[in-house]
Design a protein around this ligand. Structure first.
Ligand SMILES: Cc1cc2nc3c(=O)[nH]c(=O)nc-3n(C[C@H](O)[C@H](O)[C@H](O)COP(=O)(O)O)c2cc1C
Length: 373
């Protein structure tokens, strides 16, 4: 297999996200692989995101009548066929020439909600044309309010129905592995929906000033900016990248319509808690009805189940969509999703849950030595 080649048929031995991950590595260059699959600094959060699920045990429940079972949920007024969402992932043309358009086609056939990134390598309009399914737009605040609003209006006009504002990377995490590899985003995978160059807006730094604090952080958004944006868009807003329960409460108090508990797939601050660890507390603080989504390390249907049992309404996938895309384009992403949805259904059936609402904290076998759950 040459880098850049994609399968036209899925061989039967690909039957899990792990199989896609192993395959995907052969379809992209080592530098691209490092960019998509590494985390930040020492990769400790990245690792914890994956192993966190293994420590949680699900009760099997027997002899229940489940023939009316389904995975449908209602989220922010949207009817979704299942609670698995394609999260925002930048520069998808790195792994397939159709990039986000292929991912949107997969979202369409699997009736999956997709979140397009500010750093998408396809236009917001083209992505929107490729799917009839629900589509949200992930916003990174731009250097000026005018640039931010321009992007938001573009998303509104193209039919996106919610804004996911990512708040956990006012500056990039320490991308040590990527730095070592010398990788830069190539021209064909550049972000096409933003026009401006960050560096133009960086203030002049005096010799005794910090490039981080007086430089980059002077461009970073604050809670006031979220409130400003809320007053300047008709779309619901969801804050992505919340971990601390107090931040979750502030988000709710300022009128955010929901939050995504996330550590950015281990690509932002290294050694944060995992989403799963903080979910139960966040759910308790925000109440039963507030939309709380989560991401980070979802690789199995059982992981989706555990996240919901511990307080999430739905989960988002990051890297798994790139694995599917690298292996077989739209077909790969659609098949990857189908596998995960079916695994989730099997888990629900074996745990005696016929509906997503039935997946509660009681489905988890408690380990008394594990105080967080
Ligand atoms: C290559 C890559 C690019 C990403 N780009 C974005 C992005 O543009 N915006 C964003 O909010 N999150 C981005 N993320 C983070 C994901 O949305 C998500 O939080 C994370 O990948 C979830 O963890 P998982 O990869 O273990 O599923 C990116 C993640 C990866 C791996």
């Amino acid at each position: 297999m040459q880098y850049g080649e994609h399968l036209k048929l899925i061989p039967p031995e690909i039957c899990s996200i792990e199989d896609y991950e192993i395959r995907a590595r052969k379809h992209v260059s080592p530098e691209v692989w490092t960019y998509i699959n590494s985390g930040s600094a020492s990769d400790l959060t990245l690792y914890q995101n994956l192993v966190q699920f293994d420590q949680i045990k699900i009760w099997n429940r027997v002899l229940r009548q489940l023939t009316q079972g389904h995975t449908r949920i209602n989220l922010l007024g949207h009817e979704l066929k299942h609670p698995i969402i394609l999260g925002p992932v930048a520069h998808q043309k790195l792994v397939h020439p159709l990039g986000e358009i292929a991912t949107a086609q997969a979202a369409d056939v699997t009736e999956t909600l997709m979140v397009a990134s500010t750093l998408a390598s396809c236009t917001l309009k083209d992505i929107a044309h490729a799917t009839q399914s629900h589509l949200w737009f992930q916003l990174y605040f731009q250097q000026t309010k005018e640039n931010t609003l321009e992007l938001v209006k573009k998303a509104e006009k193209s039919g996106y129905t919610a804004l996911v504002i990512t708040v956990d990377v006012p500056i990039n995490g320490l991308r040590t592995a990527v730095q070592r590899s010398g990788f830069n985003i190539p021209a064909e995978a550049e972000a096409v929906n933003i026009s401006s160059n960050h560096f133009e807006y960086l203030p002049y730094i005096q010799p005794n000033e910090s490039e981080i604090f007086q430089g980059w952080m002077s461009l970073a958004p604050s809670w006031d900016d979220i409130e400003w944006l809320k007053n300047n868009t008709r779309l619901p807003i969801i804050l992505k990248g919340i971990l601390h329960p107090d931040d979750a409460v502030t988000a709710q108090n300022i009128g955010a319509d929901g939050i995504i508990v996330s550590n950015h797939g281990g690509r932002a601050l290294d050694t944060t808690p995992t989403s799963l660890e903080v979910l139960p507390t966040i759910r308790k603080r925000l109440g039963a009805d507030y939309p709380v989504l989560m991401d980070g390390g979802i690789r199995r249907g059982g992981d989706v189940f555990k996240a919901i049992a511990l307080g999430a309404n739905a989960v988002l996938l990051g890297r798994p969509q790139l694995y599917g895309l690298a292996v077989a384009g739209a077909l790969g992403v659609a098949h990857m999703l189908q596998l995960l949805i079916q695994e989730f259904e099997v888990t629900m059936a074996l745990a005696g849950c016929g509906q997503v609402d039935a997946i509660t904290h009681d489905c988890i076998a408690h380990n008394p030595s594990h105080s967080l759950f």
